[in-house]
Design a protein. Structure first.
Length: 285
């Protein structure tokens, strides 16, 4: 059996690729410099050539992507993959979505899968369209949607955890925007990979699962945790700049616990591993 991962050079995709390779699964990574998922013929040829049993679709343009093509990649690319998979007998399609599909600020905490999805940004809207496309195909191909919370780990250079850790390992003060009370659900990349694998193994077609830590962590608390990981704690200071996302967020992962058997590791353990990886130069800048 062959597994295809789109976005196999990205934060989660690269870690999943390594995990599957280590477990001796035949895995093919599709990266944007070789495969343009916006081109249906390219996608169709790749599916026909490798004849995968499972496709993990992690390729996407993010808000941090230079000159992002949200419609082309996140919508048309996803539809191209789903159609090619359906026409070529692929059994499983795992779609990486995001907490960005939820209304902001959230109407309640923690946010479960039934929370309103009315994103206020183009990225979130296009990821939600991808979810709807998966739902449309769910009767003819097993499709499972994963809504990841704020993932951190090697390969990221655009999220708050990266900037905090980069400052800490350089013995520089960590600067926090806003008053630090804004919060999120931070999840180490290995937990994200574990959630993806469990979704593939146990998830129900047409269903959506939150994959996060299940814990709300304020940005100020995160900064202090990161600052205290080294031998000498670095300073944490308010930057005086407004917060980009000045609201609270926490994911309800009860459904993933019940139906998938998902159980994330602790935030501090993940931060320690991330610091170790960053210190030894495994994080791409």
């Amino acid at each position: 059996m062959t597994t295809i991962i789109t976005g196999s050079a990205g934060l989660i995709g690269s870690r999943l690729y390594q995990h599957l390779t280590d477990t001796r699964v035949k895995v093919v990574g599709l990266t944007h410099n070789k495969y343009d998922i916006c081109d249906y013929d390219v996608v169709s040829c790749a599916i026909k050539l490798h004849r995968p049993d499972t496709v993990f679709h992690f390729a996407a343009h993010l808000p941090s992507t230079p000159n992002p093509d949200f419609i082309g990649v996140n919508v048309i690319g996803t539809n191209n993959l789903l159609d090619a998979c359906y026409r070529n007998g692929v059994k499983n399609f795992i779609y990486a979505s995001s907490m960005s599909v939820y209304s902001t600020p959230p109407e309640y905490l923690p946010v479960d899968e039934s929370h309103p999805t009315q994103s206020d940004d183009t990225y979130g809207k296009t990821k939600l369209i991808g979810e709807i496309l998966c739902e449309c195909y769910s009767r003819v191909i097993r499709t499972i949607v994963i809504r990841f919370s704020s993932v951190f780990g090697p390969g990221d250079n655009a999220r708050v955890t990266y900037y905090f850790m980069k400052s800490a390992v350089s013995d520089h003060a960590i600067h926090v925007d806003g008053d630090g009370s804004q919060s999120s659900d931070f999840i180490y990349v290995d937990d994200a990979v574990r959630g993806a694998m469990l979704a593939m193994e146990k998830g129900k077609s047409g269903e959506v699962y939150n994959i996060g830590s299940g814990r709300e962590t304020s940005v100020l608390e995160l900064a202090n945790l990161v600052a205290g990981l080294g031998e000498d704690k670095v300073d944490v200071k308010l930057s005086g700049k407004p917060a980009i996302r000045p609201f609270r967020f926490a994911a309800d992962i009860g459904k993933a616990r019940r139906e998938l058997g998902y159980s994330p590791s602790g935030l501090v353990d993940g931060l320690r591993k991330y610091r170790e990886e960053m210190t030894h130069g495994t994080t791409r800048n």
